[in-house]
Design a protein around this ligand. Sequence first.
Ligand code: DGL
Length: 255
Amino acid sequence: MIGVIDSGIGGISVLREIYSHLPDHSLHYIGDTAWCPYGSKSYEEIISRTRVLTEYLLEQGADLIVLACNSATIAAIEYLRAHYPIPFIGMEPGVKPAAKLTKSNAIGVLATEASLSGEKFLRLVSTHAQNLRVITQPCPRFVELVEAGTLDGPEIDFAIEQYIDPLIEAGVDVLILGCSHYPFLKNALRKRLPQEIQFIDTGEAIARRVEELKPFKDQNASLVIQTTGPQEKFQQLLNLLAPELSSTCSTLHLS
Ligand code: DGL
C-alpha cells in the first residue's frame, strides 16, 4: 500500500495525480488537519509529527510513503529515510523546471515559511538557479483559504494582490506553486495574472516517480482517505476539490 501524507487537504492535489496514474494500487491518504498548518512549525515539530503518521501507516501496511507536502519534505524526509526501512518520495518547489522555462531570468517561488527557510531550499536554488533572480513569497493565507474551501472571490483576489502582484512587477514570468495546497488556486491565479505567466506544479512528476517504484498492480486495490480533523468538513472539501476520489473519508484519532 502507498501512504500519502499532507498537513491537510493540499496533498489531495498530489493524490489525484497518483490515482489517475495508478488506479489499481492501494492508496491511504492522511490529511493532518488537526496539525495544519505545517508551514509555520519548527523542523523538530514537523519531524516528530511525521514520525507518528509514518508509524501509523507502517502498521496499516504501507511499503512506500509519499510526503505530498513540501514543508514536510524539506523538514523531515532525510530523518524519515534514515529511520524507517521503506522508500519515501517527497516534493520540493520545482526550481529546476522553472529555471528552464523562464525568459525574463526571474522566477517566483510560492511556498511556506518552513520550506523557504530550509538549507535544502537554498541548495536547490544554488544548484539550478544560481544566475537567476529568485523571489520567494510565503503564502499562508492561501493555505487557510483552500482549507476553508474558498477557491475564488474577493478574499482570494486580495491575497493574490498582496502576494503575487509585487512579484509580477519585479519581472517574474514563472511562478512555482511550491506548496501542495496552491494548485487548487490555479484557476483563480490564471484568471487574475497576465497570460504569459507560467506555473510549475510538481504533483504529476511525483505520480510518475511513484509509478517507477511501484510498477505492479495490487490485488483488491483500495482507497482510504483519513483526516485528523472533523470528518464532515474534510468530506465536503474532498467533494469540492477532487470528486473523482469520491471515497468516504473517516477521522483518524492519533495521540
Ligand atoms: N501543503 C503543505 C506544503 O506543501 C503545507 C501547508 C501548510 O500546512 O502550511 O508545504
